[in-house]
Design a protein around this ligand. Structure first.
Ligand SMILES: Cc1cc2nc3c(=O)[nH]c(=O)nc-3n(C[C@H](O)[C@H](O)[C@H](O)COP(=O)(O)OP(=O)(O)OC[C@H]3O[C@@H](n4cnc5c(N)ncnc54)[C@H](O)[C@@H]3O)c2cc1C
Length: 216
């Protein structure tokens, strides 16, 4: 007879899921949390009529991602109410006139979460950044490569940073900034610290699953 017991320290999304899987496997489990609320970075609180998220804003693939998979394993699929969102972010750029001088106003570019709307995003980005035809073609080439490379090829880029991956395609500072920001988002790290391979695999899965969601 097994007397295994488990103690999980920390009730963030990692500890909570681990404790859930252990308990589901029949192992008596104690989950210890030092704060008054559970959830770690993936939690929030109400203050003066506002709901404040501590850190996490969206779980990239909702029920299709790892959290959905963990819930399926314990027979609790659907117990988290995932709210679909169709944009990752909205980028804002200063408006410029024909002579490239900054004028009053802001150009807004929505970053979609699904593959089908990505080409329009690249076109809108090129216009907002006032890319030359040459740089626009380079940015489109870069984006096409990110979306179409095989997972095996992406994994071969695990050892280089996003900055090292993007720069040979296009040295335009705006292009590097936008791609670095978007692909670095998954890690909350600057693009010079993020693995290109990890970032590309994460982005591809998000775009293909088309299930970007917030847990309610
Ligand atoms: C600003 C921001 C935005 C983010 N946005 C996203 C997003 O959009 N999508 C996404 O997928 N991810 C996002 N993340 C990342 C995501 O929030 C984290 O990767 C994830 O929540 C980390 O979970 P965790 O369980 O590893 O750690 P944590 O959430 O940090 O949990 C650790 C827990 O352990 C507890 N603890 C620590 N030490 C002890 C101790 N000695 N005893 C008892 N308890 C202890 C802490 O109180 C905490 O509750 C974001 C992160 C940040 C900071």
């Amino acid at each position: 007879m097994s007397h295994a017991r488990a103690v999980v320290i920390g009730s963030g999304i990692g500890g909570s899921v681990t404790a859930m899987l252990l308990a589901h496997a029949g192992i008596p489990t104690t989950l210890v949390e030092k704060n008054r609320r559970v959830g770690g970075s993936c939690s929030g609180y109400d203050k003066q009529g506002f709901h404040v998220d501590i850190g996490t804003h969206m779980f990239c693939r909702g029920s299709k991602g790892p959290l959905g998979e963990a819930l399926r394993r314990v027979g609790r699929e659907g117990s988290i109410d995932f709210r679909r969102t169709h944009h990752i972010a909205e980028l804002r750029f200063p408006m410029r006139d024909g002579g490239r001088n900054v004028v009053d106003g802001v150009a807004r570019v929505s970053v979609p979460s699904d593959l089908a709307r990505m080409p329009k995003f690249v076109f809108d980005l090129a216009s907002a950044l006032h890319l030359s035809a040459r740089d626009a073609i380079k940015a489109a080439h870069l984006f096409a490569r990110i979306l179409t490379m095989s997972e095996e090829e992406a994994r071969s880029l695990d050892g280089i940073t996003l900055e090292e991956f993007v720069t040979p395609y296009c040295e335009h500072a705006g292009v590097l900034g936008v791609f670095g920001f978007l692909l670095g988002l998954y890690f909350i790290l600057p693009y010079w610290q993020v693995s290109a391979g990890e970032a590309i695999v994460s982005f591809q899965r998000m775009a293909r699953d088309n299930s970007l969601s917030y847990p309610r």
